[in-house]
Design a protein around this ligand. Sequence first.
Ligand code: HEM
Length: 151
Amino acid sequence: MNLLPTLSTAFIVLSAILVAIGWRLIATNKRAAHRKVMIAAAISALLFFIIYMSRTIFLGNTSFGGPDELKIYYTIFLIFHITLATTGAIFGLVTLYLAFKRNIKKHRKIGPITSIIWFGSAITGVMVYFFLYVLYDGGETTSMLKAIFGF
Ligand code: HEM
């Protein structure tokens, strides 16, 4: 069943859409709405993370089911996506922290960078989902290290 990865990918997409809306809101100076929408984006990202981690811990990760000669490109792309998503999560936490500390000058500076990294991780996340479940059937579901490195 691909229910959990589909659900977690939907939450990444929702989170990126909310960040885009939140950006638009602050650009038009709607502060209270910006705050609400960005908190919703953070909750959506947290839901993604909870689903993703519980799947990884209890079920394991799915390995690439496409042709062997494409596996290396998939692996490089997956590592790129994981790096982007991890950076996005750290930037996201710092951006939220600065907002709640009312350090708005720094928050305004880092906010657009965080948002762009966020869009990048959502787009590459959807692409990983596409390679893994849509373009080909998912391979076996195994432990995280085996799914990433194949051993
Ligand atoms: C696109 C770039 C961003 C810009 C230009 C921006 C700008 C701002 C500004 C000017 C405020 C102050 C509003 C006020 O005076 O009440 C604010 C507040 C806030 N921002 Fe952002 N922001 C951005 C991105 C983000 C992101 C990515 C998040 C969350 C991950 C976020 C979460 C918040 C929160 C929670 C507040 C409310 C803080 C509070 O009232 O205690 N913002 N933002």
